[in-house]
Design a protein around this ligand. Sequence first.
Ligand code: NAP
Length: 329
Amino acid sequence: MGSSASVLNPDNDLLDLHGKVAIVTGANAGIGYWTAAHLSKRGAKVYLACRNESRATGAITSIEAWNTSKDRGSLIYHHLSLDDPREAKKSAEEFLAKETRLDIVVNNAGLLASPYEKTKDGIVNTMVVNHLSPLVFTHTLSPLLEKTASEPESDVRIINVSSLMHSAIRAGQTKFDSIDSFNARYEGSWVPPENLKRYGLTKLANILWTNTLQKQYDAKNVPITCISMHPGGVLTDSALERLKQSAIPRLRIAISRLFADEPEQGSFTTLFAAASKEIAKDKGKYRAKYLAPYGKIVEPSKLAKDETLANNLWGTTQKVLKEIYGIEV
Ligand SMILES: NC(=O)c1ccc[n+]([C@@H]2O[C@H](COP(=O)([O-])OP(=O)(O)OC[C@H]3O[C@@H](n4cnc5c(N)ncnc54)[C@H](OP(=O)(O)O)[C@@H]3O)[C@@H](O)[C@H]2O)c1
């Protein structure tokens, strides 16, 4: 398996992860579920950071039935709600109180294209769930990530699951320079429809923030690898639900079945980013890169590489978090 090969073989291409600790957000379903399953199969102790305990413990039972090997790493539920950055911070603080190392963070949980809705704090829900809360969660975990990275033979990775939909946002359609730009509605957009466009905005933020985070670690000489990626089109239950609600659902589902991956294979790009031997051999090549299936480095959109936009996003994120939520990052 190389960076340009087509399919990943998790049993051969991933590192031995015994002794390593991983967090996968949104691991009770879809891509996150299979990411957690294969990381634990390689020996990692995996925390399933989820908002619903029974869905998470149900997923753990199911993964344990899928892989009954004694060699498997343990699977543990950790409560995380991304509905409010304050809750994300609390969740990360609780994690810091119970673990002594952290090797892999996969920010996978996400709100797919949704109706326009603002939270009680006045920020659009997709921006909170997909950008602000994962950022606060990761920054709060950072002291433990940095401590782990300072240990010999460490290979600490932060993976932000973005989407090809980031490219739905074109030049001139965001500056990320105000709360209003976070709350952009894209009303009247047809191709793609406005809810997909708003989702794309958050996925653009994922890539820009990944690159900023990498720069921040590089400036401190902290050897952490930050990667953003698109998992491919994946027919998860929630993706299927959305197709059912679309125009001409049967046709769209039939077409998706032809081209989309099943959830297990849909986790392969995330797994490549989080734990591949290939990246361990040449971390520098992968820092702040954007990957497409199944681990190929590709160029994201022009906006996703725009440093001014990345700086604006960081500045507005800091301001919003401080002024609205009382959180400093
Ligand atoms: N599927 C695709 O084709 C595709 C394509 C490109 C990118 N992606 C990205 O891949 C990632 C996973 O997608 P998926 O298709 O596997 O999605 P999914 O099956 O809908 O799973 C999403 C996960 O995120 C969790 N989540 C949602 N809102 C949350 C919140 N407020 N707080 C905490 N957890 C929350 C869900 O928890 P509950 O079960 O409790 O709701 C679930 O565990 C997402 O970031 C998505 O943007 C997917």
